[in-house]
Design a protein around this ligand. Sequence first.
Ligand code: CTP
Length: 361
Amino acid sequence: MTRGAQQFVGAVTFEGVTGRRVHSDLFESGEALAHIRLAREAQVIVVAPATADFLARAAHGRADDLLSAMLLAARCPVLIVPAMNDRMWSHRQTVLNAEHLRELGYDVIEPATGPLAFDEGEGPGRMPEPEAIAAHVERALRGGSALAGKRLVVTAGSTREAIDPVRFISNHSTGRMGIAIARAAWARGADVTLIKGAIEVPIPTGVHVVRVTSTAEMSSSVSVAIKNADALIMAAAPADFRPAEVAAEKIKKAQAPSSIPLTATTDILASIVANRPAKLVTVGFALETQSVVENARAKLAAKQLDMIVANRAGVAGEGFGADTNRVTFLSANGEEVLPLMSKDDVAESLLDRIEVLLNGR
Ligand code: CTP
């Protein structure tokens, strides 16, 4: 705890709440080299919240308290989580300090936007939620994976095709699998672009988000995003059909049509085969209710994929909406049947295979 921190929370309270010893004094009784020992022991250091004054001091390499001295002695990843009034955050000097800290190799996290103290309205300056900080810690600890710096495009969720201004057709995809992949890929150090339709789970920390509604929008967003990408993972469930005509006005109940003519949407994976970068590792999913492996193998060939993840629809604990999944990976090298596992574990297994595919490019 810095002196500033102790103005807000007493060291004894902090120690009671965390159950950990609190260090605050550069010249702790009996331990002159605490700053060196703490720096050497740490695998990652998180400064949260980091005040404007702390950013200024750290940017200048000051060492006049335990925290700043420890930072100079540290060689592990350091996350700095600024939290301050939005005007202080946008001050040119603070901007320069944050830039300088990034040049020095510190990971300065962007503050969250939201209501600020003292009725200052909304603005960037809030400390991000603990879950977001924990995600950064995970990424820092996992640094050095084969995915670090690779550009991944992940699609997730369902698309919606308008019938009229208030109604649409869609499917039951919740986005859980795609979101688990995007989260895990970012934790491994990848630069992740998430192209999302409708989803029912929160967007993970760190990913660039592209929001789409229809299959046509997802298709054009994918075409743009893959230009500079190393891998595309199509975990989304784009709607395969759309109404042939979209009614300009809401269809009144009294004029209910007895049928809605449908037409096929673009098959995104099939449509990019000719134009995708030669090195792009392309992974699809196949959701089947019957002949799972045979149908998936046919899609692997038809869509010229490096790998396809086959899973079943309509089975409890698998496919849409579940937190778990039972999948089979199919590629030119054969089949790999995985047991029932969490979607987070499926994502990790899939990324292990993608790292191997990327290494071969
Ligand atoms: N997909 C796509 N564009 C679509 C529909 C699906 O790119 N319009 C992708 C999915 O994201 C998935 C893969 O193609 O990665 C297979 O999707 P799936 O719905 O299982 O197969 P379809 O090709 O739509 O074939 P079918 O509906 O006949 O099973």
